[in-house]
Write a protein that binds this ligand. Sequence first.
Ligand code: ADP
Ligand code: ZN
Length: 635
Amino acid sequence: MLDSRPEYPPPDLLHQLRHRFGFESFRHGQREVMEAVLARRDVLAVMPTGQGKSLCFQLPATLTSGLTVVISPLIALMKDQVDALRTRGITASAYHSGQSQQERDRVLQDMRLGKLRLLYLAPERMQHDWFIRQVRLVGPSLLVVDEAHCISHWGHDFRPDYLRLGELRRQLDSPPCLALTATATARVQQDIHDKLEFRKPLTVITGFRRPNLRFAVEICSGKTEKLRILESLLKETPTGSKIVYCSTRRHVEELAQSLGKRHSGVGYYHAGLADDLRVSIHERFVNDDIRILVATNAFGMGIDKPDVRLVVHHDVPGSLEAYYQEAGRAGRDGGHAQCVLLFQQSDVATQEFFIQKLGEGVSPSGTAVSERQDASRELLRRMVSYAYSQTCRQLTFLNYFGDVEETTLGPCGHCDLCSSPPVVTEADHELLHQARTVLATVERFQGRFGATRVTDVLYGSTGKAVLDLRLHTAESFGRLRAIGRTGIARLIRRLASSGHIVFDGLEFPVVTLSAKGMAVLKGTDPLVWEQADGNGGEDKLPKATEKPSRSAPLHDGHPDRDLFDRLRALRARMASEEGVAPFMVFHDKTLRNIANRRPSSISSLEEVPGIGPAKLERYGRQVLQVVNEEEGRAS
Ligand code: ADP
Ligand code: ZN
């Protein structure tokens, strides 16, 4: 049976928070976690870095009689926490290999005498049976596992040492356990529950929204384009520090050299530099001597610089959790900051290379390497789909981390997709016919071929590959010859960016049909997709630097802000009634045009750019009602 009695009469947590820690109020989730910990429940808390996870056990540790054992992977971080606790008059110590024998004896003695509230240990300590027996004798009242995602090979930072923590817990007579992490997908959460042998745990996931960050993705065609965008982002960001992440040391050095020619205060950082050099670079960054730092992911742990205004990922990282953590180093002070991913499909190969390398060298204990590779590929696949996503970036993260409460509060309103959603239209008869031919072909091939083969078939190519595979016998062979190979390729890209077909696989992606594509093929849904450029050019997303931001002044004259807001409210209502994204009802620009022109009749509404006959019929009346209501109000 679960013992849910608190050790004391319910303690006044708020009083302790103010009195002992000097904080005015709890942050989101903290109180819930603390109450469960004090009720001796097993708890998994998933909260982003900087949210205040440590307090979730530090404060309860001051309210219970027993010892709180904290497993933490980094000695430097342990030391910081111990020092901070001591300044608050809370007795805490760390025990690790970096200490002298004398220091360690002292810690053990304090522990045996019951003087310690908290004891910090590295996971390697589990290997020392004698030591574990000493801790057991004290009978710890709480086991805390920090960075708990390290226990799962589905996480992005698996550490074999962590696998022994379940056993440690048993050796300590199974005290209640609090697992903490900043990143855990549903799968990782399950692993944490299983491996730490949780009993009826409480899972608290909170605080993932970062309202002051503006996320954006730029789909790039090569290095030159990346550099151009990076330069304009740097220009747009005159104040604060900037971090540019690259995936390899070589990229870091090359890029730093290139930026150094045009900017002052450029530095670089990666794990290949000597220790003292890394320390000095870190210091120069903190002291604003280096304003633009180019780095690999080795730069990050424990960095808490408040005024990072821009984090650019020059290369795609291996997972969304790595991305969110690195990008999340921006705007710690709560001020506005930008996080931009420069995405090039071919960069994915570098990450795939890292995944293949997992197969070399030592095998992590008890876990098949190939399983780890599969897990890493899945993480990478999610990262890539973020780049091509069509929904609010912030919502993607909230969904990914399972922060339900924040997800229900809706889109962020200022990421690239919120501030400039793709303009969508319904395909006309001719295009619909062509698109369905593509979808039918993709469906028939059942994910066996990539875009090139599909194009070959639709064009009616009689190249060797086509003949060898006997694709010239396919039903749709040559059906779209009239629009040329470029036309077919463009159709495929459009269908991919609207999510009707998906690219699957990293190195040699094949095309498959999504459920959305199937619905169009069956004729149950209309084909609604991103509007192509007027000039019939590439269906590429416009550059961030060209995009209007939501805070930018309204275009096209001076439309009435109030009317614009009312129209947006109407749009939100209609979108939620139909279960579609607001931009699928009307693009912001269309609403601005309406607010600007104030059409009073169906025929004048019809003349507003962006309103086709279908929309006019579906939404026209309600739009006019809002405009007229507004007119009545103004007069
Ligand atoms: P995490 O472990 O989640 O990265 P920390 O525990 O290191 O975060 O806390 C980040 C900062 O927030 C610390 O400086 C901590 O003192 C502070 N903090 C934690 N909880 C509160 C609170 N309720 N009110 C104000 N500051 C807090
Ligand atoms: Zn958004």
